[in-house]
Design a protein around this ligand. Structure first.
Ligand code: WTA
Length: 606
């Protein structure tokens, strides 16, 4: 309604506490990386903390429309920080804590934020991550590039035993070991401790009343040009879509304990760990750790500990656990489970069947949910127990979603067909723009096929009308469910002094789904050695983050190119796979190189 106002944080918290009387209901069970380290928070406690932190932000001068970058591990303060932004109409831009200083800096600069929220350090499995140190590196780079960012709020997470925090953190013995030896670098001119600011903040905070089309958050996703794109979602449509899809796709019931294993740094963690579940008054698990620590039964021990009913994870996690066999799963009861979900990449039928038979004991429907950062919520998905499933198919469109399959000339294909997956009609959760670049928004999603939203994915429709995602058909890679562009990996490689040209392609991988295979040509005077290979891998890790680490790097005397000078990645993909069926190579300027590249292939046998 024109002129009406709302606030998403109010709808998630105040409404559930005051109108629905859910104040004492658990909003989150927090399960730390270390077994035994756990906490819980009710709806009214969460409301109070969010109000406190919203007041802190206001007292730091944050206003409606300001951007705030958040770079945090999976802790309750991350949820508090994001909802506090939403409460005062500031836009959060959450950067996954596995990203490097360079990636964080790039995102801070792009959104022009005034404040960063981070934490001292955390463990992922047995790996210590000194987050504040990485954040400081990023801030230094940002400063050199003229960023207006002047303030940094730091949660004392790993070092929290030293401070009297307010009941949300248990102080169990195993933590003692973890808290030793963390040195948090400190810059008194800009750094502030979260707990010090919170201690004097009021627990009441009037929300900022927003228009439904006001900006809610920015979330960066890889772009095929190599620069991350700031996907922008707005308040009303996103709220409706996240809330409704959560309710129907997971068949939400008030007594559910729901667990989404995604990191909040990705869209799944925004829509289906935070906004969707809280809008429905659900109880969720928020897990800080990894599926393999301290052992490969951790997921199922958490399922049993909290009696999880609905479980949502990624195919890469399923394939990883599948490799360790059935025994670690069967050691745990899992009898609470009712619905299993999958997201992030196509799930291969073998993994689907294992998930269905071993994890769910053929009792639990699987919802294979296809969607994107840009779509805000589920687009193609079964509804549990209502849609007959086919292993590996995301089945049918969600309410209000109208898909089509187009051929190269943009004609809609009917019946059994394969081609470009597009959507014919907008839906409430569709992104509204790319932050600061509306033109790129139009060209990326609407130019190739005017009148349609283009997903960038290939798709097949079978004779029964089921949709099967066949994977990206642009220059994107999907590594363990994380989208990366070939261009961003290439530019990270090109920054090395020894490299003159680089071409990156995706390559099938038994656990990650796809992995990164690189071809590099060298500048004169450089030799292709094991040492150089290690340096290149390190370089990509440092520029982008560990998820982008190349699996294979092959030396190429030169790269196959068209006469107009375009690198033909299609052919390189086949060379990486040792697939000799190259199709038409008559457009190549240098076909002679192909034989050399086949001979120099990396050994990709797993
Ligand atoms: C892929 C993640 C097949 C797809 C929510 C999409 C999937 C990209 C599925 C978006 C699925 C996601 N089946 N492919 N169930 N879910 N994808 O933006 O290629 O991180 O375009 O959003 O992941 O990734 P994003």
């Amino acid at each position: 309604m024109k002129g009406a106002t709302t606030n998403i944080c109010y709808n998630l918290l105040d409404r559930n506490v005051n109108e629905k009387k859910l104040g004492d209901k658990i909003a989150f069970y927090w399960e730390g990386n270390e077994p035994g380290d756990s906490a819980k928070i009710t709806y009214s406690e969460l409301l109070h903390k969010v109000c406190q932190f919203a007041n802190v932000l206001r007292s730091q001068g944050v206003k409606k429309g300001d951007r705030i970058s958040i770079y945090m591990p999976m802790i309750l303060e991350l949820v508090v920080a994001m909802l506090a932004c939403a409460r005062i109409g500031a836009l959060h831009s959450i950067v996954f804590a596995g990203f490097s200083a360079d990636s964080l800096c790039e995102r801070i600069l792009n959104c022009g934020c005034s404040l960063l929220i981070t934490a001292d350090a955390f463990y992922r499995g047995d790996k210590l991550i000194n987050l504040k140190q990485i954040a400081d590196e990023a801030l230094q780079k940002c400063k050199e590039k003229g960023s207006p960012l002047k303030k940094c709020i730091v949660v004392k997470h790993l070092g929290r035993e030293e401070v009297a925090v307010d009941g949300t953190c248990s102080k169990s013995p195993p933590l003692k070991r973890l808290c030793q030896d963390i040195q948090t670098p400190w810059n008194p001119a800009m750094d502030m401790w979260w707990h010090e600011l919170m201690s004097s903040a009021s627990t009441e905070c009037e929300p900022e009343w927003c228009d439904s089309e006001d900006e809610l958050f920015i979330l960066y996703t890889s772009g095929s040009t190599g620069k991350p794109k700031g996907v922008l979602h707005t308040v009303g449509g996103y709220m409706l879509f996240a809330a409704t899809s959560f309710k129907y796709v997971f068949d939400y019931q008030p007594e559910d304990v729901y667990w989404c294993t995604a990191d909040i740094g990705w869209i799944t963690g925004h829509s289906y760990l935070t906004y969707g579940p809280l809008a429905n008054g659900a109880t969720s698990v928020l897990f800080e750790g990894v599926p393999t620590y301290p052992d490969v039964g951790r997921m199922w021990s958490i399922v049993d500990k909290y009696k999880v009913t609905k479980f949502y994870t990624a195919p890469t996690a399923i394939r990883l656990l599948m490799k360790h066999g059935e025994e670690p799963v069967k050691k745990h009861s899992r009898k609470s489970l009712k619905v299993l979900g999958s997201v992030g990449e196509p799930i291969n039928p073998e993994a689907w069947l294992w998930y269905y038979r071993v994890v769910g004991e053929e009792r639990c429907p699987i919802v294979d949910t296809f969607w994107q950062t840009e779509t805000g919520g589920h687009m193609l998905t079964p509804l549990p127990a209502a849609t007959p499933m086919k292993p590996g198919s995301a089945t049918f469109p969600f309410f209000g979603v109208v898909p089509a399959i187009l051929n190269e000339s943009g004609e809609e294909l009917e019946g059994e067909a394969e081609g470009y997956l597009v959507f014919k009609q907008p839906w409430p959760g569709i992104m509204r723009t790319l932050y600061g670049n509306h033109q790129q928004f139009e060209t990326t999603y609407f130019k190739k096929f005017p009148g349609y939203y283009v997903t960038g994915d290939g798709c097949r429709r079978d004779k029964d009308g089921y949709y099967w995602i066949t994977g990206r058909i642009d220059d994107m890679l999907n590594v363990s469910g994380h989208l990366l562009s070939t261009a961003e990996v290439e530019s990270a490689l090109l920054e090395h002094a020894a490299i003159s040209e680089a071409a990156v392609v995706s390559h099938p991988h038994p656990l990650k789904g796809e992995c990164i295979y690189c071809f590099v040509t060298l500048r004169d005077g450089h030799e292709f050695t094991k040492n150089l290979m290690d340096e290149l891998k390190k370089q990509v890790r440092e520029k982008i983050g560990p998820i982008a680490t190349p699996d294979y790097i092959q030396y190429a005397p030169s790269l196959p190119k068209t006469r107009s000078g375009k690198i033909t990645r299609r052919i390189l993909r086949k060379i990486a796979k040792n697939d000799q069926d190259l199709g038409d190579i008559s457009t190549l300027a240098n076909p002679g190189i192909i034989k050399h590249l086949f001979n120099g292939r990396c050994d990709t046998k797993q």
